[in-house]
Ligand binder design. Structure first.
Ligand SMILES: [Zn+2]
Length: 572
């Protein structure tokens, strides 16, 4: 079957299999949700406009991602009125939020249409331009003195097109002028209705950022957004640059590197826009903030604390806001579910001016994504690998406690000069440290406060071990989080904090999980304090072994299969 001249890549049977057997759904909240009903009338009205803005931003992201996205989405929508085949292809399109993208499992990208291939420069750059040609043109432009244009071409906020023998950069505010104007209008209406001054203030800057070709407006919008802590509405326009594979290649070319240095040109990959709308869950957010308040006392609990200064515990954290959000809409980059969907996000990223000029960050946790998991598969996994007495302790709503502990863990311990001296192993050791701090500190907090009773602590431990440490495959060194999980699994196993019985079912010794993790934390901090690549490498070789049990678990995981596609169900 053809849509606008492009042949569908999958038969209806293949699509049936992908949609029915390989897709899971994430359901966002509706107007029946209590948190929505309790909003003021003004904030409810504001939400309508914020959601409209979110869908407009989706069109921007589709245009940035692939030149055929908008046209073929429309074609699929038209064809699906008459054809179930097209309807199913549209559902797969909506999951990838594009005509092509990886699914996180297959080596080759999933393409909705036969003729389409993945463009390294997405639609940010001319579609027929190779990396070699890009470099050649930049060098020629340099010789002709077109430095200002080169600066714009290598910035995060331009679409680049051919212009004779040169390239020209079009600022997003110009390339997307008409849709940005519509978005700004929606935000203006939202700002009019919403009841909270701080949120209104943020929207005001965001509107200016959409209307003016002026990065300072983005900076001001980012700064006021990052400071939002007590508002009830959540609205984010995300700008992250993981898609563009062309801009960064200039660092492979010595002639261009020379040019960059000579004229002090800043290189940042292109931002893809995403949009998130939701309602801040105040009760759940309160819980997150409790752990933030614990940081100063945890700093004194850290091993070898007298040997380093813990910088992050005070100043930086004052500039870190955190909220737990019930989601209403996810569009653009957020909805490009290409191998996963993000469960929490800390923005702005380091490449943004607001952060470089002292602005804070805001960490937003996504409740509906955390809650939506493949329950049938999880149950089967438990039956195969975990002693039945532990099944009741697996509780996905407790995973947030571990995640928060992990994020806080990055703020504790030796600073970046220690971390960076471990070279290629720095990420593994740092992520591992954050995990271990999380579990050990939760145990410590439980001893001192009433926040976690015995049952709850057991749920946190069990959910963490089953949810994170049961790996699906042997991790590569380039997967720091997974290597860290493997280290912790092996350490627990060797310390007999977990063990497997003759029926190959796991048991947990709850009484020693906390102390075992604190011992491991001591060893981990010693590795960072050593500033030695060799010590780090020895530690990883010692603990990240792919032994009998990780192998057995991965075998079961593979047997159970997985669901790489995600359907976001919007009910608003
Ligand atoms: Zn981390």
């Amino acid at each position: 079957m053809k849509i606008d001249g492009y042949e569908l890549n999958y038969s209806e049977e293949q699509l049936d299999f992908m949609l029915k057997k390989q897709m899971r759904s994430v359901e966002l909240v509706s107007k029946d949700f209590d948190g929505y009903k309790s909003l003021s009338e003004g904030d409810k009205k504001a939400l309508e406009h914020l959601v409209n803005a979110a869908y407009l931003i989706n069109d921007v992201a589709l245009e940035q991602d692939n030149p055929l996205n908008l046209k073929l989405k429309e074609g699929l929508e038209r064809a699906s009125l008459k054809s179930t085949h097209a309807e199913k292809a549209l559902e797969l399109f909506n999951s990838l939020n594009g005509v092509i993208g990886y699914n996180g499992i297959d080596q080759e990208p999933i393409r909705i249409f036969k003729e389409i291939s993945l463009l390294p420069g997405r639609n940010f750059y001319p579609n027929d331009m190779s990396v070699e040609e890009f470099h050649r043109i930049l060098i020629e432009m340099g010789k002709r003195g077109e430095i200002d244009e080169i600066r714009k071409i290598l910035s995060a906020r331009t679409m680049v097109r051919r212009s004779g023998k040169s390239l020209k950069a079009i600022d997003y505010t110009e390339y997307f002028a008409s849709v940005f104007a519509e978005i700004a209008q929606e935000l203006e209406a939202a700002a009019y209705y919403c009841t909270e001054p701080a949120f209104k203030e943020y929207l005001k800057w965001q509107i200016e950022a959409l209307r003016q070709n002026n990065p300072d407006m983005d900076m001001l919008a980012d700064k006021s957004w990052a400071a939002l802590q007590d508002t009830c509405l959540e609205f984010t326009i995300s700008r992250e640059n993981y898609e563009d594979e062309i801009t960064g290649t200039v660092y492979d070319n010595p002639d261009i590197i020379k040019l960059l240095g000579e004229y002090n040109i800043n290189v940042v990959a292109k931002d893809t826009l995403g949009c998130r709308v939701g309602i801040v869950n105040k009760q759940a957010t309160e819980k997150i903030l409790i752990s933030k308040k614990m940081l100063p006392s945890l700093a004194t609990w850290m091993p070898y604390k007298e040997q380093y200064v813990q910088h992050n515990v005070d100043e930086d954290n004052l500039k870190q806001t955190m909220v737990d959000v019930d989601l209403i809409a996810l569009t653009g980059d957020y909805a490009m579910c290409r191998g996963g969907i993000t469960a929490a996000q800390n923005l702005p990223n380091n490449d943004k001016i607001s952060v470089q000029t002292g602005g804070g960050r805001r960490n937003v946790y996504h409740r509906q994504i955390r809650f939506s998991r493949d329950e049938e598969r999880e149950q089967k996994l438990l039956e195969k690998l975990v002693d039945p007495t532990l099944h009741a302790y697996v509780d996905k709503s407790e995973i947030i406690v571990f995640v928060i502990g992990h994020e806080n863990g990055h703020s504790l311990g030796p600073g970046s000069s220690y971390q960076n001296s471990l070279g290629m192993y720095k990420h593994i050791i740092e992520e591992h440290k954050a995990n271990v701090i999380s579990i050990a500190s939760i145990t410590e907090i439980a001893k001192k406060t009433n926040d976690f009773n015995r049952e709850r602590l057991r749920k946190i431990y069990t959910s963490w071990i089953v949810g994170n440490l049961f790996l699906r495959a042997k991790p590569f060194l380039s997967q720091p989080h997974r290597v860290a999980d493997l280290i912790e699994f092996n350490y627990l196993l060797e310390s007999k904090a977990i063990w497997f019985d003759d029926a190959k079912k796991m048991h947990i010794d709850f009484d020693i999980i906390g102390s075992t993790m604190y011992k491991l934390l001591e060893e981990t901090i010693r590795v960072q304090l050593s500033k030695s690549v060799e010590v780090a490498s020895e530690f990883i070789n010692r603990w990240a072994t792919w032994g009998e049990w990780p192998r057995y678990i991965a075998g079961i995981q593979q047997e159970l299969g997985s669901k790489p596609y995600i359907k976001i169900i919007t009910n608003f």
